[in-house]
Design a protein around this ligand. Structure first.
Ligand code: CA
Length: 399
């Protein structure tokens, strides 16, 4: 079993600066927007899994992938893909509606590792986040009237992987046709984090007793850690609408992306026990109602009393953020309706640049590979996009 320090989600290895793509005008049509504003600002897809990328010890490797301007198309023909997680050097991909877990070979061949029984695909609900730890695969999915987190042993070798017996880690989580959150990732503390949206129950996000509208923290067995901030509770942070991206920097600071409703999507620094405002406030409240923060430069004190403001916000047509990856120098966030990657430098969390705007359609997840390249899932086949013949695709580039 690896030590906790070896577990880390979504890290990037290279220090190369991501080249800035020309920012194109955003598509003016809302017809393909999908997960954004109500009622669905919650589409699936968020944080990067890839929990074992750090333990691969591959940070010194150099990616052979092309630059962002001409990403490699690694795989095509994926159906409503949602999450990427690495087992060794091999990316696994979840499909929201089919419940399939796929492995993608270095040559781009896509092979079914297994299909999770009992996945209920309805609206935005279905199979969502994946995480890998110690050759065990964790998956978050809707099953009937609940969301559930399960674990499988990963059997065999790359090219012949299969799923062992399913073990339920956590069940009974609320579900809905939208706002399910659903991202899974292991933190640098070795704990499993899961995002759960408000599942349409807005007031639950401010209810400490409810698990919806929260980021949850659990042991790899699904138990409550002794040091969780609300005592005998899985709740790690509260006041979330539909967070779908989580990741950590090298200092252990945690970040999360979150769909807003009509006004502001958010990038938050997540602190244990923090309250992020939904459904009382959306975006930067600042206590002044003028969008300014009166707090510290780290964005963790907003002067509005009880709520922590986001460090940065975007309109839903610019973003609708899902998966998130943290490299050694920046945060990359996959945008659905925004059809772009936002890149936020760790040195200046209030700024951002954009990649790919409108070039590849909706984007569901971004994960750092063990070699330092970035893998990105498009999301054009779930009924909200405008799929091309090759969609959906797994793309790869060197930042
Ligand atoms: Ca908020």
């Amino acid at each position: 079993m690896s030590t906790s320090s070896q577990r880390r989600a979504g890290r990037l290895l290279t220090g190369a600066a991501v080249s800035l793509a020309v920012v194109l005008p955003a598509c003016s049509s809302d017809s393909d927007s999908g997960e954004t504003a109500d009622p669905d600002g919650s589409g699936p897809g968020a944080a990067s899994a890839g929990a074992d990328s750090r333990s691969s010890g591959a940070r010194s490797q150099t990616s052979s992938a092309p630059g962002a301007d001409s990403p490699e198309v690694v795989a095509t023909g994926l159906e409503s893909p949602w999450s990427i997680a690495f087992v060794g050097q091999t990316p696994l991909v979840s499909e929201r509606n089919s419940g399939r877990i796929l492995e993608v070979s270095a040559g781009g061949d896509v092979r079914e590792v297994g299909r999770i029984d009992g996945v209920s695909a309805s609206g935005e609900a279905g199979l969502h986040g994946l995480a890998v730890d110690d050759n065990r695969l964790y998956a978050f999915f809707a099953a009937g009237t609940e969301n559930r987190i399960v674990r499988f042993d990963l059997l065999g070798e790359a090219g012949d992987l299969s799923l062992g017996e399913e073990a339920t880690i956590l069940d009974g989580l609320p579900t809905a046709n939208f706002h399910n959150g659903g991202r899974l990732a292991f933190g640098p503390d070795g704990m499993l984090y899961a995002t759960l949206g408000d599942t349409g129950d807005r007031s639950s996000a401010q209810d400490e007793e409810a698990l919806s509208g929260k980021i949850l923290r659990m042991t790899p067995e699904g138990e409550i850690p002794d040091d969780n901030p609300f005592g005998d509770s899985l709740v790690y942070s509260m006041g979330h609408r539909n967070p779908q991206g989580i990741g950590w920097d090298d200092d252990g600071k945690m970040y999360a992306s979150e769909f807003g409703q009509d006004t502001w999507d958010e990038l938050n620094i997540i602190e244990a026990g923090g309250n992020y405002g939904w459904a009382e406030v959306e975006g930067i409240a600042g206590g002044n109602g003028d969008g300014t923060s009166s707090g510290g430069s780290d964005g963790t004190d907003n002067g509005s009393g009880d709520f922590i403001d986001p460090v940065q916000q975007w309109t839903p047509d610019e973003a609708s953020p899902s998966g998130l990856a943290v490299t050694d120098d920046s945060i990359l966030i996959a945008g659905l309706r925004g059809e772009r990657l936002h890149q936020v430098p760790l040195a200046d969390l209030k700024s951002s640049s954009e990649l790919w705007t409108g070039e590849h359609g909706r984007l569901r997840d971004v994960v750092e590979a063990p070699d330092g390249s970035l893998l990105v899932l498009t999301n054009n086949t779930d009924g909200r996009g405008d799929p091309g013949a090759a969609d959906d695709r797994l793309l790869r580039f060197t930042p």
